[in-house]
Design a protein around this ligand. Structure first.
Ligand code: CTP
Length: 396
């Protein structure tokens, strides 16, 4: 694949050589155009050595003229265009068709069908500035693909959204299948927290890693992703609409708001089955509770069953089952009882399976299906799950 890579002036340009290297490792041929400011952060010589191609900086450099229209030839050569990092200034120029340097000139010469991928990186105030928001909206309406910046610590010392994602993630995004574009998916993840009093709650050990990996993979494949998560310590995957909730009731209500538009719903959350019948005001004191204390619990609404009952034609519903005994029979019973199309079975007593870890061992259970998978990373599980769902729904 021929990738035209643009680099703008941003401290995160120090990642640009690694991005080029990851692209080349994955089989790409890379040509680089740098804005003059980009050269203050990373030298053209580094990019020339890594890409094994000349680097263009000046639009009128006589070495690259190709009879005066190099920008047209380079734009035609490209099968993919990646600008990483993309500064706020370059976003603004691209949104308004300003071609005042080599990069913006080449990008204004792109054929309509050539994908333009932008990785904005800047300080949080610049990222959230109304002008940047407007420019992003214009570019998205024009068909540009945006990998939003990550949240975290920035070179300025501030914290917030603005970090350029890691080089491998950017390279994977460039090569990702866009097989879910136009689709909306609703995913739930993590545990729920059911309050006992003002300071205590009932919960479980779910880390949310599986659901977040499923959401990130769907986003990379071009879906609009709504991720409803209970309390977890994971950052929102870039480009995913994350709704954070606490209780099973809040998760149910949020799913009820979003389910109608979803083509695929995946319920990987470990929802509490019971919640305290009454939440005590303030803090319960043990002196008042005596030697033995019994707490009344009531059943939570089963979200998956509700979604199964309200499933519209064409909607694909996936449940999760964490089982210890009679795993397959229990998963099959859930498939039927909750009107799912597929159940992802985790056996909690197997190594590399279940809550917390980075790996999972899954068996897919469908009406006429039993498909055991070997232990895989949660990201690989997410990829295989989407491959399966795309096959089952005829998306690919
Ligand atoms: N689930 C849900 N709402 C609940 C409880 C569970 O949506 N109140 C969903 C989970 O997200 C998961 C599936 O149901 O996709 C399986 O949950 P589980 O608690 O294992 O199923 P149960 O039918 O409650 O069976 P049991 O607790 O007896 O294993």
């Amino acid at each position: 694949m021929k990738v035209l890579m643009g680099i703008c002036g941003s401290i995160s340009a120090y990642k640009a050589p690694w991005i080029a290297r990851e692209l080349i490792r994955s089989g790409a041929e890379v040509r680089v155009i740098m804005t003059p400011d980009a050269c203050r952060f990373v030298t053209p010589l580094v990019m020339q050595n890594i890409s094994q191609n000349p680097v263009v900086i000046e639009a009128f450099d006589t070495e690259h003229q190709e009879k005066g229209s190099w920008h047209v030839h380079w734009a035609r050569w490209a099968e993919q265009v990646l600008v990483a990092p993309c500064s706020a200034t370059t976003l603004a120029k691209l949104a308004h068709g300003i071609a005042d340097n080599a990069l913006t000139l080449a990008l204004l010469s792109l054929a309509k069908e050539t994908p333009l991928r932008l990785c904005p990186a800047m300080d949080p105030d610049m990222w959230h500035h109304p002008a940047t928001r407007r420019n992003l909206a214009i570019l998205q309406a024009d068909g540009a693909l945006i990998l939003p910046p990550e949240e975290g610590e920035l070179a300025s010392g501030l914290r917030g959204a603005g970090r350029l994602p890691e080089p491998l993630q950017i390279a994977e995004w460039v090569f990702a299948k866009r097989s879910l574009s136009g689709k909306t998916v609703l995913i739930t993840a993590g545990p729920t927290r059911e309050p006992i009093d003002g300071v205590r709650y009932i919960s479980n050990h779910s880390s949310g890693k599986m659901g977040f990996a499923i959401a990130a993979e769907a986003q990379a494949r071009g879906a609009r992703v709504v991720l409803v998560s209970g309390p977890v310590s994971l950052a929102a995957p870039p480009g995913v609409e994350l709704v954070r909730v606490e209780t099973a009731r809040q998760m149910l209500e949020t799913c009820q708001q979003h389910y109608e538009k979803a083509d695929v719903i995946i319920k990987s959350a470990a929802v509490a089955d019971f919640t305290p019948a009454r939440v005590a005001v303030g803090k319960l004191k043990k002196e008042q509770l005596g030697q033995n204390w019994t707490m009344a619990l009531e059943k939570t609404g089963d979200i998956l069953s509700w979604l199964g009952r309200h499933k519209r034609p064409g909607q694909y519903l996936v449940g999760f089952a964490l089982e210890i005994q009679n795993a397959e029979a229990n998963a099959r019973a859930k498939l039927e009882r909750k009107n799912c199309d597929l159940v992802v079975l985790n056996e909690a007593n197997q190594p590399d399976s279940g809550f917390g870890g980075d790996n999972n061992t899954i068996t897919l259970i469908g009406p006429d299906l039993r498909q055991p998978w070997p232990p895989l990373s949660k990201r690989q599980c997410a990829q295989r799950l989407w491959d399966f769902i795309e096959g089952a729904t005829g998306t690919t």
